[in-house]
Every structure is written in C-alpha cells, then in structure tokens.
Design a protein around this ligand. Structure first.
Ligand SMILES: CC(C)(COP(=O)(O)OP(=O)(O)OC[C@H]1O[C@@H](n2cnc3c(N)ncnc32)[C@H](O)[C@@H]1OP(=O)(O)O)[C@@H](O)C(=O)NCCC(=O)NCCS
Length: 206
C-alpha cells in the first residue's frame, strides 16, 4: 500500500506543521477486484487505451472475456483505488508453458495494465503492478510473461523472455516479449518452465 499526501495548502514550515492548517492525506488502496468493480475497471481501460480510430479499445473486451474463463485467478486481478475511485488496474491470468518434452506447466500473463489518464505518472501504475506480482508470489507462482515496453516493465525485474527459453505464439515480438521469474516458495522447487507459452482464446482478439 502506498500513501500519497495531498496538502490543501503548504503545511510545513521549518519541518513542523503550520498552526491552523490541515493536511488531507489520500491513500492509494491496492486490492483484488470485487463484483462492483467491473464497470469502473472498464472505464479505466477505455480511457487509458483510447485511440481515435477505435470506439472501444480491445483491452476492455479482453478483460471481460477473460473473466469468464478458467484463466481467471480472482486474487490476481488488482485494482488501485484513489480517493474512493478506481484509477488503476493490473491483471494476471493463467497461461501454460508447453515444453519440448515433459508436462505442461502453469505460468501467468500480465496485462492489461492501465491507469486513468488523469492519474498517470504519479506511481499508481508501478504500485498496482507490484501488488499483483506480490500476490502471485504469495500464491506460489513461478513465472510471469508480459508483452509491453521494457522501459516500464524492467523495473519489476522483467527480462527478455527469449533468454529464459520462452517462445510465444506470435512471431517476431522482439524486446517487448518479457518474463519475470518469481522467487521459489521452497528450496526444493526446480527452475521455472521453458517452452512455448500458450495463451487462452481471448488473447487472440488483441
Ligand atoms: C503504462 C501505465 C500503466 C503506467 O502507469 P503510471 O501510473 O503512469 O506509471 P508510474 O507513474 O508508476 O510510472 C513509472 C515509470 O514508468 C514510466 N512510464 C509510464 N508510462 C510509460 C509507458 N507507457 N511506457 C514507458 N514508460 C512509462 C514513467 O515515466 C515512470 O518512469 P520513472 O519512474 O523513470 O519516472 C500508464 O501510463 C497507462 O495506463 N498507459 C496507457 C495504457 C498502456 O500503455 N498500458 C501498458 C501497456 S504495456
């Protein structure tokens, strides 16, 4: 959880509060999405991914469709709420890693990640992504893949997925194709899986 102080007026002089002034402290609340959040989440996605050429960005439908699949992990759909308003979103859903030989292994895909335009660039995006990754670690997950700008995702520890032996169904993704190995929950756990990452059907629409 991250606390952002929004002073009403300058309240500190010489390191001490100025008599008579009041500081309003607004808290960024990070929590899994609940049943009432679907509408606000749609609005955050629609505004963050808005483009002149599309009426509704495909990311909105992607999340709605994923909610109805067994790829959905309810603890890992994370919202950021600021001043009682949902302003950010970070989603981790189930994917599978199909190795050349051996059993298929579970992993997670990160995305969409979005912050409402009026609250961007103040740290909410980083906070909501980190909260989702922390929740995944607590659940004992080992591997997260993402398709996105390394300038943003590198800060969480993402690295080129190809270097971890992971391929995607889409050829030529290049640098945006990244993966993050989460810490093992026990010392007996082996290395994370390598192979082709298989995404559930809704991903084919974006
Ligand atoms: C990307 C996004 C989620 C970041 O959220 P945010 O709250 O603005 O991010 P933060 O304030 O935590 O910024 C963290 C850092 O990421 C950088 N950053 C923000 N948006 C970025 C972007 N689109 N690409 C690259 N870097 C970005 C910031 O400059 C900042 O860098 P700094 O710490 O070196 O100053 C938000 O800008 C957004 O919703 N964009 C539109 C939708 C989108 O592109 N989603 C991501 C798809 S990969």
């Amino acid at each position: 959880m991250c606390t952002c102080a929004t002073p009403i007026r300058a309240t500190i002089a010489d390191g001490r509060p100025v008599t008579g002034n009041v500081a309003r402290v607004t808290t960024l609340r990070l929590r899994p999405e609940g049943p009432a959040d679907a509408g606000p989440v749609r609005r955050v996605l629609a505004s963050a991914f808005a483009r002149p050429e599309v009426q509704t960005p495909p990311e909105v439908g992607l999340v709605d469709d994923l909610r109805d699949t067994d790829a959905w992990v309810s603890e890992l759909a994370m919202v950021a709420e600021y001043g009682g308003e949902v302003v950010g979103y970070s989603l981790l859903t189930r994917v599978r890693v199909r190795p050349d030989r051996g059993a298929v292994a579970p992993a997670l895909a990160l995305g969409p990640v979005a912050v409402a335009p009026h609250r961007q660039r103040v740290g909410h995006g980083s906070a909501v992504v980190q909260a989702a990754l922390d929740a995944a670690t607590e659940l004992g997950e080992r591997l997260v893949v993402v398709l996105g700008d390394p300038a943003f995702y590198r800060r969480f520890g993402f690295e080129p997925a190809a270097e971890l032996g992971l391929t995607s169904p889409w050829a030529g993704l290049g640098e945006p194709w990244q993966a993050l190995v989460l810490p093992p929950s026990t010392s007996e756990e082996g290395p994370p899986p390598r192979g082709e990452v298989v995404f559930p059907a809704p991903w084919s629409r974006v």
